[in-house]
Unconditional design. Structure first.
Lengths: 110, 709
């Protein structure tokens, strides 16, 4: 299960597009890319519209990102969660920690 | 960088980097840095091998024998580096004697499940047919046991405040009519929390949720063609793992997170979570049963054995866990502490708890170490401990279970007396007077309070409340055991017709008897327990032992139905009434005297004549009055309540005792009155026109409350 992360810098926020799956094998490397974005402050949008699966390790990575952001004053927004991924996050208790937007476009307006 | 000198690999075996591990804790523990510590106990093994798999693969990717220097005492411990936490499954091969007569059943060809596995793979999706050719069916996994609880904690509500709802996780929402996103799962339970809150229960007792094998003893019932399963789950495979197949996210290995989220949500809504735990036997059966774990790890330690090596069978299920062996005691303690601390569980109900008081040869002990230890354990110190105080081996300890001032018990005598009384048998009045007081005849002399009596009329074993009044006999043919299984002494009554009927008089009578039972249960001192669905008249069509049915026989039907809605409304109001009146919920025993100078004793007994109960052998009438000023110290005063049971089939006139000065009697409930006058919103009870006399129809219950005039 592979993960590709594409980071772009539109004027409104830093956008990290997650493509594929996050799991225990690729989460450490994903952290190396994503944590600095939260450490820098500002608004960070995770575009999850092409995130097909997130594992237990992936859920914990997202929470770690959210907490890093809370410490630095960065804002983290999850955009475009696929219904199945969203339900998994809800049922395991992780979703409540996050600000969500239905799409990337909506997230950039927040 | 960690400067410890004992977290680097020292050996390479079978291509894996390893080093000696830490003897404690038992099980698989992920260390900071990601290495995994494996620790397993065996007293009689001569060698042990750790077997590692990629998730779901048939063949292991590594088999690592524990070097000699990796064993301390009877504990094998190894740290393995570089394992994928989500994709790894593990087990053990044990070398040792195969000498059944001496109690040893080591078999190196079997791969064994770690008894301390915190997550178990192999039954990830409920009822998905396993690969029967796979020799390693139940596989240890490396759980993510970290969780963000926020400020959640066990609720620690006093026992006397509880209203327990006994439920089966799958049955509660599996039916299509439940209308939940995640039917039959922990997440599904969360979706129905509003229903439970509205009903008024504040504690859910979940039937077994430790990992079990629903395919154990599965068979096709020849008549119906139905696949019968181990549905109830009273057969533990793993004591530290929540059943993955009950989780919406079990397929992704997230059952622990989902379960904890469920507990947090229950707590957020004021509902405690109690687990039904089964330590009396395991899923391994007797010598012919499967080798999953204990048998191959250290048979002689874990099981009660007869001379000759046969399995003692006090559980009726093939084997008996050797609970008072100190190592096994340690496992039971570790297990319960784990659930209390890591899952914030509020209490435990111990299935066939009398077995936990037997010594390794099966003899009952007067001072059983395990039961004592549980009563005094620090981590469990505020958990409810509820014993099903009997076992199939002949021990019956209701009233005599060694309680150490802590243990509560399922009061089987309440159930038996209530059923007989409610169906109109004579001569129960004296005993019922004890039962509605929290059974001081059983508990007061031993210094045990009233709340430790868990009162119930129905439970998963036996008829549902609706069926208690629809069947004289059990109808368990669908279980495929020739109707031989299930209890015969049901103390039920079919109201004149066996089974379903269109006769409106019989239907109305059944409805009323169900309400009578609910009224009795909820005005009794002690802790009431309600069976899932009895508040909606759930039927199992006369089957009183539905342990094997994964279908509508067990599943709660949420469809709207006038009779079901009527009972639900009645149950809700009775629970609201109980909540509103502390005099019904005290944990102390009655004194049957006036200790506050109100002019009324705390409880007084009446019959058709005020102040004169009929205790004779033919009596079917019992009434009592609770003085509202006799509430527990620190509790506000309550109103005076009068309850009358006319269990005779005929109308009887009752002379009412006078209510306290300045008050008049109002009616909370009269089960003979047609809906909506059978019960009223607490606080809105209408006054009685005649304050001195009232007629009660046969088989009806009256509850009055005194309010200021």
């Amino acid at each position: 299960m592979k993960l590709e992360i594409v980071v772009t810098h539109p004027p409104e926020a830093v956008v990290a597009t997650l493509i594929g799956s996050i799991n225990a094998a690729n989460a450490p490397e994903a952290a190396v890319t994503l944590l600095p974005l939260l450490e820098a402050g500002g608004t960070v949008v995770l575009d999850a519209s092409r995130l097909e699966y997130i594992s237990s390790a992936g859920l914990r990575l997202l929470l770690q990102l959210q907490r890093t952001g809370a410490a630095t004053g960065a804002r983290l927004i999850l955009a475009g969660l696929m219904p199945e991924v969203r339900e998994v996050m809800h049922v395991t208790g992780f979703l409540r920690n996050f600000t969500e937007a239905g799409t990337l476009a909506e997230a950039l307006k927040i | 960088m960690d400067t410890r000198i004992d977290l680097q690999p020292t050996h390479e075996v079978a291509g894996r980097a390893i080093r000696v591990g830490q003897a404690l804790p038992f099980g698989a523990t992920v260390l900071p840095g990601g290495a995994v510590n494996f620790s397993v106990f065996s007293r009689h093994a001569t060698a042990c091998t750790l077997v590692l798999f990629r998730r779901g693969e048939r063949e292991p990717f590594a088999e690592i024998p524990f070097p000699r220097e990796f064993r301390i005492g009877h504990v094998y411990a190894m740290i393995v580096f570089g394992l994928d936490r989500e994709e790894t499954e593990y087990g053990y091969r044990m070398d040792g004697p195969n000498d059944p007569v001496a109690g040893h059943r080591f078999d190196r060809s079997k791969i064994l499940l770690d008894p301390y596995a915190k997550a178990i793979g192999g039954r990830d999706i409920w009822r998905r047919t396993p690969d029967w050719t796979d020799p390693f069916q139940h596989r240890g996994r490396l759980a993510f046991d970290d969780f963000d609880w926020g400020d959640d904690h066990p609720l620690e509500r006093p026992l006397e405040e509880l209203v327990i709802y006994e439920m089966h996780v799958r049955s509660f929402t599996a039916h299509a009519s439940a209308g939940v996103n995640a039917p039959g799962t922990y997440a599904g339970l969360v979706e129905k929390i509003p229903y439970l809150k509205a009903l008024g229960v504040n504690c859910v007792e979940l039937m077994p949720i430790f990992e079990f094998d629903e395919f154990e003893n599965s068979r096709v019932e020849p008549q119906s063609g139905e696949l019968l399963l181990n549905y109830w789950g009273y057969s533990t495979v793993g004591f530290f793992a929540p059943k993955a197949g009950y989780a919406r996210t079990g397929a992704f290995g997230m059952e622990a997170d989902e379960f904890k989220t469920m507990v947090r949500e229950f707590h957020r809504h004021g509902i405690e979570v109690m687990l039904d735990v089964v330590f009396n036997h395991t899923a391994e059966g007797n010598e012919r049963g499967p080798s999953i774990s204990f048998r191959g790890l250290d048979n002689q330690t874990y099981y009660m054995l007869a001379p000759g090596g046969y399995y003692l069978n006090f559980s009726g299920c093939g084997n008996t866990v050797n609970c008072n062996n100190p190592v096994v005691r340690g496992l039971v303690l570790d297990c319960l502490r784990y659930w209390a601390a890591e899952y914030h569980i509020d209490g435990f109900r111990f299935d066939l708890a009398s077995i936990l008081g037997r010594d390794p040869w099966g003899a009952p002990m007067s001072n059983p170490p395990l039961i004592e230890q549980l009563a005094f354990d620090p981590v469990l110190g505020r958990c409810k401990l509820v014993a099903e105080a009997w076992d199939p081996g002949g021990l019956y300890q209701v009233g005599s279970f060694p309680a150490y001032g802590r243990w509560a018990e399922w009061n089987g005598k309440y159930r038996d007396a209530a059923r007989k009384f409610l169906k109109g048998e004579p001569g129960l009045v004296g005993e019922m007077a004890q039962r509605v007081q929290g059974s001081p005849d059983l508990y007061a002399a031993a210094g045990r309070g009233a709340a430790i009596s868990v009162n119930f009329i129905t439970a998963h074993d036996g008829f549902t409340l609706r069926d208690l009044y629809s069947y004289n006999h059990k109808h368990n043919l669908a279980n495929g055991e020739n109707n031989q299984d299930g209890a015969n002494d049901n103390e039920s009554w079919n109201c004149g017709h066996e089974g379903t009927t269109d006769d409106p008089a019989i239907r109305a009578l059944r409805q009323r008897l169900v309400k009578n039972a609910l009224a009795l249960l909820f005005v009794s001192r002690g802790t009431p327990m309600l069976l899932m669905g009895d508040e909606r008249g759930r039927t199992q069509h006369g089957n009183n032992n539905t342990y094997c049915h994964d279908n509508a026989l067990n599943w709660l039907d949420w469809s709207s139905d006038a009779e079901a809605d009527d009972i639900q409304r009645f149950a809700q109001r009775c629970l609201a009434f109980r909540r509103a009146h502390p005099v019904l919920r005290s944990g102390r025993h009655f004194r049957n005297a006036d200790s506050v100078g109100s002019g009324l004793p705390d409880i007084s007994w009446h019959g058709t004549r005020a102040w004169q109960a009929d205790w004779s052998a033919g009596s079917r009438v019992l009434a009592f009055m609770l003085c509202g000023r006799h509430t527990d110290p620190g509790t506000p005063e309550d109103q005076t309540i009068y309850v009358a049971f006319n269990m005779h089939w005929q109308w009887l006139g009752f002379e009412l005792p006078s209510p306290p000065a300045g008050t008049r009697w109002h009616v909370f409930a009269n089960t003979a009155a047609p809906t909506p006058e059978d019960c009223w919103e607490p606080g809105a009870e209408p006054p009685l026109a005649d304050q001195h006399h009232i007629g009660l129809d046969g088989r009806s219950v009256l509850i009055l409350i005194a309010k200021p005039s």
